[in-house]
Ligand binder design. Sequence first.
Ligand SMILES: [Zn+2]
Length: 192
Amino acid sequence: MILNKYDEKTVEEIAACYRRILELVGEDPSREGLLKTPVRAAKAIMDITRGYREDPEGIVRSAIFEHSGSQVVTVKDIEFYSVCEHHILPFFGRISIGYVPDGHIVGLSKLARIVDVYAHRLQVQERLTGEICSLLTRTLTSKGVIVVCQAGHLCMKMRGVEKQDSTTVTMDFSGAFADDASLRREFLDSLR
Ligand SMILES: [Zn+2]
C-alpha cells in the first residue's frame, strides 16, 4: 500500500470546502453522523488523486531487465478505479497491456503500478489508455505497445442517461501493433 503524502493544512482546507458543499445540498454538517465526514472526504479525495504526486516513469525505469526473446508479453485484466474529470465520479474496470520486447522487459508488477498511478488522477478513459501506452512506448525499448481498457462509468449509470449496463472500450497502440493488424488481432483474441 502506498502511503499518502499530504499535509494537515491541505486536508483542513479541502474539509472546509466539503463542509460548505454539505450545507449547500441541504445537510447539516454539525449533526453527529456528518461531523467527521468533511475530513474523511478530504483524505479520500487526496488518496484518489495521489497519482499526481507519483512518478510513473521512475517506476518503469526502476525495473527494466535485459531479455533476448521477442514474444508478446501480455498482462491481462489489471483492475483499476479512477475518477472522471467531468463529474468527479468513479469509473472503473480492467486494463490489459501487451508489448513486444526489444532487448528489455519490465517487471510485471510495474505495469500494474503505472495503471494505478494514472488511474489515481482525474481522467477521461481515452487519456488514461493513451498515457499508459505512450509512457511504455517511450521508457521501454520495445517493438510496440498495446493497451486496451474496458470500464463502466458511474456518471452514465447513476446520473444523466442512466445506462446501467454500458461498457466503454478504449484502445491505444504503437510500433508493431500499429503497423501489423494481424499482431493486433492476435492480441485482442488472446484477451477473450
Ligand atoms: Zn463523467
